[in-house]
Design a protein around this ligand. Sequence first.
Ligand SMILES: Nc1ncnc2c1ncn2[C@@H]1O[C@H](COP(=O)(O)OP(=O)(O)OP(=O)(O)O)[C@@H](O)[C@H]1O
Length: 246
Amino acid sequence: MSALLEVSGVSVTFDGFRAINNLSISIGEPELRAVIGPNGAGKTTFMDIVTGKTRPDEGRVLWGEASQNLLGMSESAIARAGIGRKFQKPTVFEDQTVRENLAMALRNKRGPLNVLFYKTNRQARARIAELADEIGLSDALPRRAGDLSHGQKQWLEIGMLLAQDPRLLLVDEPAAGMTPAEREHTTELLTRAAKTRAVVVIEHDMEFIRRLNCKVTVLHEGSVLAEGSLDHVTQNQEVIDVYLGR
Ligand SMILES: Nc1ncnc2c1ncn2[C@@H]1O[C@H](COP(=O)(O)OP(=O)(O)OP(=O)(O)O)[C@@H](O)[C@H]1O
């Protein structure tokens, strides 16, 4: 597993408050990584920095084999380079069917090869069927997205991001508002997606994290407090003091 994303020595100050403090995180490819930590630890700001939404005051964010500097790139250039982000609230096109939503995402697929890959409707249909299968919505393809359950909408949005073939997928609190069965399906989906790409998940639900069965990074006051298996970090006294014991 080689490093796909290298965040090193990054700091961000908002109005004199240091939200990210000398943060260093390395993500491999493929890899599934969970990022946890108390409210205000800097989890969302970390994703904002990687996607170019927030510019750090210092530090480096390097990407890919060529160690491309993401800090000099616009948000859209970073997305085109292969970083997809799923926000907490699903943003699917409610009046379109599941199939139409996936088709739209495929048409917007990044990279110049897209036109070559999907030059026939048959190829596009096959890819849509594959994506629907991957997110567990094959039977829902003709349904209006607005009629889906909250969990199904989240899966559809993940499918739309997967249609873009990201090398790194950032996912913010995917389990929020889901039923236990939906959470289980989401775990499977993310675990499968992370077999061939990097997937970073911010989550507060410890049961959900346990099922992800992956390396965990604990953030606190904008820095890494602990990193390793869930068992390893949950036995760390500092992690217990600032997060788990609360
Ligand atoms: N644009 C901003 N302006 C000022 N302060 C900000 C801004 N964005 C984040 N912060 C502050 O930076 C700190 C880190 O916030 P962040 O949202 O990254 O934490 P988090 O770990 O994602 O928390 P939560 O679990 O509550 O979502 C918080 O104290 C927050 O108030």
